[in-house]
Design a protein around this ligand. Structure first.
Ligand code: MYA
Length: 434
């Protein structure tokens, strides 16, 4: 997942900075025509030199309904896939990062902690924990050599990183074996030297060697071309800290004490039978989730192994709760969030913002609003400062009512070598990437 983890603009705060609706997400047609106009207005020099060479949807083709949905290029015979790595500038060398090794994991953690995604004002930077990285990078069937680093030959310092993990993602009726690409990072001192395209080509080569030809990824930047553009919403849990660190602002005519009162939550959850997910729940949760995700146009095709890996609670990494009917013991509802703190840059009093990110939620008996309010309550009990959610799946139905405010960053979803014939509304997406 990637957002420029943007500053909040929640109800109690200043409304002066309205999200500008860059890419209106309500109508595919207006997104298409807007994107085309933007692209036409760019000078040649500003075009995407790298991305224009790749099998991805191109801006010029947006809205062209004659192009078929599905793979853009057919697979090449494996014997024709390049066997040796791409060339790097001579001072650097490729490494495969063994995330089992404490030392390598530490190096990756340090690179990302100091160089990964920041918000537009450079006030916050994602701070994925080592436990999180190990979880995110070692799902069932992962390939060690899709965890790719670049070192300085002489000093052995890690200066760039990119990863892939395998996933089955359904696009309409077709389940596609893909790579999910994440954690692309180039050290700040090596930016704008065209290292990123080499990293991307190298991960592509290694994915191809496993006979996979598609990928999914998200980014805060606009590239050719998003299958959907989503927005982050933020629900303050610790408004005083959020305001003190500049994540949110005190709204006009609001005092700190009124703001604190506005965001206060009950001490305990409301739903009878609401409890933490345990390993014996995996089959029931898988059934619930598969059934729920079937309504979305793009969604993961989770089996029990995936659910065990991605959703069984891990402390400070991922949390899942469910509702077990006190009468029938049936599992009727489910909610989950992952833990992604951000470093607070240059603040005297605070170093870390503890954020929960909504993951997969399913309601069949408990209203989604009540279920998510219980998720907010457990997040508050566990000292999270803010609860973030994208407007994907049915999230729009609870965001405003539960006092989430829209952030000012967008998150774009992409598929590599797979064309979809219209831009998806966020509510058509059933996929959350980390
Ligand atoms: S998204 C998170 C990305 N990371 C960050 O934002 C961390 C902070 N930033 C950095 O570390 C650097 O700025 C990065 C770019 C590394 C992002 N996705 O080397 P350059 C294109 C894709 O001179 P740098 C995530 O992890 C840019 O448009 N492309 O630039 C998902 C330009 O190409 P073009 C990006 O700033 C990653 C070229 O790179 C991104 O030094 C999915 C410039 O290269 C971006 N986020 O480094 C990757 N940012 O000229 C794609 C810039 O054409 C996977 N660029 O516009 C594709 C599928 C692969 C597998 C396929 C299997 C079949």
């Amino acid at each position: 997942m990637v957002d420029n983890n943007s500053t909040s603009n929640s109800p109690a705060e200043s409304q002066t900075h309205n999200p500008d609706g860059n890419l209106p997400s309500e109508s595919g047609v207006s997104i298409d025509s807007l994107a085309r106009k933007v692209q036409e207005s760019l000078s040649l020099a500003k075009r995407h030199k790298f991305w224009e060479t790749q099998p991805v949807g191109q801006f010029k083709d947006l809205g062209d309904t004659s192009l078929p949905e599905g793979p853009i290029e057919p697979p090449t015979p494996l014997s024709e896939v390049k066997q040796e790595p791409y060339n790097l500038p001579s001072l650097y060398e490729w490494i495969t990062c063994d995330m089992d090794s404490e030392e390598t994991c530490n190096e990756v953690y340090a690179l990302l902690t100091n160089n990964y995604v920041e918000d537009d004002e450079n006030m916050f930077r994602f701070n994925y924990s080592m436990g999180f990285l190990r979880w995110a990078l070692r799902p069932p069937g992962f390939f060690k050599n899709w965890h790719i680093g670049v070192r300085v030959k002489s000093s052995k310092k890690l200066v760039a990183f990119i990863t892939g993990v395998p996933a089955r993602i359904r696009v309409r009726d077709t389940v596609v074996y893909m790579a999910e690409i994440n954690f692309l990072c180039v050290h700040k001192k090596l930016r704008s030297k065209r290292l990123a395209p080499v990293m991307i080509k190298e991960v592509t080569r290694r994915v191809h060697l496993e006979n996979m030809w598609q990928a999914a990824y998200t980014a805060g930047v606009v590239l050719p071309t998003p299958i959907s553009t989503c927005q982050y919403w933020h629900r303050s849990l610790n408004p005083k800290k959020l305001i003190d660190v500049g994540f949110s602002r005190l709204g006009a005519r609001m005092t700190m004490s009124r703001t604190i009162k506005l965001y206060k939550l009950p001490d305990s959850t409301a739903t009878p039978g609401f409890r933490k997910m345990e390993s014996h729940d995996v089959p029931a949760v898988t059934r619930l989730l598969r059934n729920y995700l079937s309504q979305f146009l793009v969604a993961p095709d989770f089996d029990e192994n995936d659910v065990e890996h991605w959703l069984l609670p891990r402390e400070n990494v991922v949390d899942s709760y469910l509702v077990e009917s006190p009468e029938t013991h049936e599992i009727t509802d489910f909610c989950s969030f992952y833990t992604l703190p951000s470093s607070i840059l240059g603040n005297q009093n605070y170093t870390t913002l503890k954020a929960a990110y909504s993951y997969y939620n399913v309601s069949t008996k408990t209203p989604l609003l009540q279920l998510m309010n219980d998720a907010l309550i457990v997040a508050k009990q566990n000292d999270y400062d803010v609860f973030n959610a994208l407007d994907v799946m049915q999230n729009e139905s609870f965001l405003k009512e539960l006092k989430f405010g829209p952030g000012d960053g967008k998150l774009h979803y992409y598929l590599y070598n797979y064309r979809v014939n219209h831009v998806l509304r966020p509510s058509e997406l059933g996929l959350v990437l980390l």
